[in-house]
Ligand binder design. Structure first.
Ligand code: SF4
Length: 282
């Protein structure tokens, strides 16, 4: 059975991948309830849970994808996660119970839990509480973020993430603004703060031909990453078109139709720039 939005009347929390288009699942939640959720973190809005990820932190991981993001990256492959109201509203207790099912397996596989999005720190209270709950179960935790709202977390709260997957999407401020809609400053400030507190970082960098592949800019990002001293790994992620269908289905103007994924040699060249700074890049 389908609802008026085209979604099944009951959408399961688990998804095969975040590439499932999900809309309006939290639309019925009133504004005051949303405000209370944001203030307390006792309820969150999630696009989905996925299991078995090997690309969102060390080992095999369960990933919770939050709904809500204030950035507008031209290459975003999950624009349905921009709006909190598209996510499934669920209590912190239910999210924790869901995670509890996997705790033994995750520990056995030296894996963990990753909170991603959307932008997980749009729901910073929920993020901190869910990460803390995971840690209390002995599960390794990772926070995948663009860092823009990093200052919403106290130093103590930063410790709820054993690892931060920090997305740096560009270097030139003007180009970064055109690519993401937002300033790069807060992301870099968050990176420096993590480094000052000796928090482990995996840096993620999406290589988009014509947008983020300028060798000078890649070199600047690599120098910055190396200067932090706590970047354990760099993932150079090739741009792809897997999310294009979502833009079309949501009626959004997609500007990267004509952009092809980078050649493997271009990805390797970018990795080499990071390696030249002494970083482990893949
Ligand atoms: S920060 Fe992530 S979720 Fe937000 S628009 Fe960019 S790619 Fe999409």
């Amino acid at each position: 059975m389908a609802s008026g939005s085209g979604q099944p009347a009951f959408t399961p929390l688990a998804a095969k991948s975040p590439f499932e288009l999900r809309v309006d699942l939290g639309k019925h939640v009133g504004e005051s309830e949303v405000r209370r959720a944001l203030a307390t973190g006792d309820m969150g809005f999630l696009h989905s849970f996925t299991t078995g990820s090997t690309v969102d932190g060390c080992g095999v991981r369960v990933v919770a994808w939050t709904a809500g993001c204030m950035w507008r990256c031209l290459y975003c492959h999950n624009p349905d996660t921009w709006t909190m109201g598209n996510g499934i509203p669920l209590s912190l207790t239910r999210a924790t119970d869901e995670l509890r099912k996997y705790r033994h397996g995750l520990r056995a596989m030296s894996g963990g839990f990753t909170l991603s999005g959307g932008e997980a720190l749009m729901q910073d209270r929920f993020a901190v509480k869910l990460l803390a709950a995971a840690r209390a179960m002995g599960i390794h935790t990772a926070l995948d973020t663009n860092g823009y709202y990093g200052d919403r977390l106290t130093d103590e709260e930063l410790e709820t993430a054993d690892l931060v997957l920090l997305d740096i999407k560009g270097w030139d401020p003007e180009r970064h603004r055109r690519l993401t809609g937002m300033d790069i400053g807060p992301t870099l400030a968050f990176a420096r703060r993590l480094a000052a507190r000796r928090r482990p970082i995996w840096l993620r960098f999406v290589l988009v031909p014509g947008w983020s592949d300028d060798p000078h800019e890649v070199a600047e990002i690599a120098r910055f990453a190396a200067s932090l001293g706590t970047v354990e790994r760099v993932d150079v992620l090739p741009f792809h078109q897997m999310g294009r269908f979502k833009w079309k289905r949501l009626g959004l103007k997609y500007e990267l139709d004509a952009v092809s994924p980078p050649a493997p040699e271009a990805v390797e060249r970018a990795c080499a720039v990071f390696r030249a700074e002494g970083l482990h890049a893949y």
